[in-house]
Design a protein around this ligand. Structure first.
Ligand SMILES: N[C@@H](CCC(=O)N[C@@H](CS)C(=O)NCC(=O)O)C(=O)O
Length: 214
C-alpha cells in the first residue's frame, strides 16, 4: 500500500529541499504550511518540540531534520537513486547533507539570521552577524571549489537530493546579497540546471516563490 505522506513546511525555507525531493520521488503527498518564516508557531510544537520545519508525517510517524527526511524519501523510491547510485555516492550524498545542515545552515546562516542563538548580549548581535557573513562566504567558496570542472551535480552525474538542498542556500545567498552568479559561477551553473527540472518548477510554483530569489 502507498504510504500516506504530509510535509509540514514553510515556503522558501529549508523545507524547500524536502518538498523538491517529494516531487522528484513521484510519491503522492500533501503539504501543510506552518507559517514558520518569522519563528515556529508555538501551537505546532506538538509536531516537533524542537520548533522547526520541515516535518514529514510518514504513515503517522513524524520525522524531523532535513537530512533524515531526504534519506527516508530516497529510501521509499530506490529506483530513483535520489542519494546516488553506488555506495560511494551514497556516502558523498550524506557527507554533503550533514555539512549543509550542520555547518552552512546550523552555524553560518544561523549566525547571520539568528544571532540570539549564539550570544546573550544584544549589543553583540552585529558582531555575530558579521562572523556569520564571513562563514557563509567561506562555505560558498567551498561549494564553488567542489563544483570545479564543469560539474552540474554535486554527487555523481545525475540529480540527487543534495542538488535540491543546494538550491535553498543559493536562494538565501541572493536574498542576503552575496552576488551569487558573479562570485560563484560553478554554483550558479548547478542551480540553473536544478530549476529547469519539471519537479523543481512544480515545487517553486506551488510554494509561490521566485526560483533563484535574485
Ligand atoms: N536542523 C534542522 C533545521 C531546521 C530549521 O532551522 N528550520 C527553520 C526554517 S529554515 C525553522 O523552522 N525556523 C523556525 C525557527 O527558528 O523558529 C533541519 O535541518 O531540518
Amino acid at each position: 500500500m502507498a504510504p500516506k505522506i504530509n510535509l509540514y513546511m514553510t515556503p522558501g525555507s529549508c523545507s524547500l529541499a524536502s518538498h523538491i525531493a517529494l516531487h522528484e520521488s513521484g510519491l503522492d503527498f500533501t503539504i501543510t504550511d506552518l507559517k514558520a518564516k518569522t519563528g515556529f508557531p508555538p501551537e505546532h510544537l506538538h509536531l516537533n518540540p524542537k520548533g522547526r520545519v520541515p516535518i514529514l508525517d510518514l504513515d503517522g510517524e513524524l520525522i524531523t531534520e532535513t537530512h533524515a527526511i531526504l534519506t527516508v524519501i530516497s529510501a521509499l523510491v530506490p529506483s530513483k537513486n535520489l542519494l546516488g547510485s553506488s555506495a560511494i555516492e551514497h556516502a558523498r550524498a550524506h557527507e554533503w547533507l550533514a555539512w549543509l545542515s550542520g555547518t552552512l545552515h546550523g552555524n553560518a546562516f544561523a549566525c547571520l539570521f539568528r544571532p540570539k542563538r549564539f550570544i546573550g548580549d544584544e549589543k553583540l548581535y552585529d558582531a555575530v552577524r558579521a562572523r556569520g557573513r564571513e562563514w557563509v562566504k567561506e562555505c560558498f567558496e567551498f561549494i564553488e571549489g567542489k563544483l570545479e570542472g564543469g560539474r552540474v551535480h554535486a554527487v555523481g552525474e545525475a540529480f540527487t537530493v543534495v542538488d535540491g538542498f543546494l538550491l535553498v542556500f543559493y536562494r538565501w545567498g541572493n536574498r542576503t546579497q552575496f552576488g551569487m552568479r558573479e562570485n560563484y559561477p560553478n554554483y550558479a551553473r548547478l542551480v540553473d540546471g536544478v530549476i529547469k527540472r519539471g519537479a523543481v518548477m512544480k515545487t517553486i510554483e506551488i510554494e509561490g516563490i521566485d526560483a533563484l530569489n535574485d
